[in-house]
Design a protein around this ligand. Structure first.
Ligand SMILES: [Zn+2]
Length: 152
C-alpha cells in the first residue's frame, strides 16, 4: 500500500492583493505564448512580481542541443536581474496541463538564490492554482549565506 504524501499546499494568496494576484496569474498564463518549445511542445510561462511592483514574464526556451534549454522560471529571473531587480514578492508558473507542474530541481536552486521564502504559484491551464514556498520545495537548501554572501 503506497504511503500518502503530505505536501504543504497553501490555498491563500495573502501576500498579494486580489488585483496583483490576478495580474500575476494571468501574465504567467499569457507568457506561455512566448515559449520556444518546438521539441517538447511543452509550453511553460512564468511571471515574477518584483518588490517594486513590476511584472516580469519568462518562458521556456529550448535548444537543438537539449541540455542548453532554459526553463521559464530561470528566464524570468535572469531577465529581472538584468533589469536591476533583486527582491521579489511572488512567482507564478503556468503550463498547458490541467494539473499543476512544479519547478524542476535546477530552477528550485536558481530561485533560492533570490527568494528562499518566495511564494510560488503553480497554475493550471484553467487558472486553478496551488501555492508552495520555495523553502518547502527545497528544504535545507544551500544559498549565499552559506558562503557568507548576501544577495540584497
Ligand atoms: Zn526548471
Amino acid at each position: 500500500m503506497p504511503l500518502e504524501l503530505k505536501v504543504p499546499v497553501h490555498t491563500d494568496h495573502n501576500e498579494l492583493s486580489e488585483s496583483s494576484f490576478d495580474a500575476l496569474k494571468q501574465q504567467s498564463l499569457d507568457a506561455r505564448n512566448l515559449s520556444y518549445s518546438p521539441y517538447s511542445n511543452f509550453r511553460v510561462g512564468a511571471c515574477l512580481l518584483t518588490e517594486s511592483g513590476q511584472y516580469i514574464q519568462g518562458a521556456n526556451v529550448e535548444n537543438a542541443s537539449y541540455g542548453a534549454t532554459i526553463c521559464a522560471e530561470r528566464s524570468a529571473i535572469t531577465r529581472a536581474i538584468m533589469m536591476g531587480h533583486r527582491k521579489f514578492k511572488a512567482l507564478a508558473i503556468s503550463t498547458d496541463l490541467t494539473t499543476v507542474a512544479s519547478p524542476c530541481g535546477i530552477c528550485r536552486q536558481f530561485i533560492r538564490e533570490f527568494g528562499p521564502e518566495l511564494p510560488i504559484y503553480m497554475v493550471t491551464d484553467g487558472g486553478e492554482w496551488v501555492k508552495m514556498y520555495l523553502n518547502e520545495l527545497l528544504p535545507l537548501s544551500f544559498g549565499p549565506e552559506d558562503l557568507g554572501k548576501h544577495t540584497g
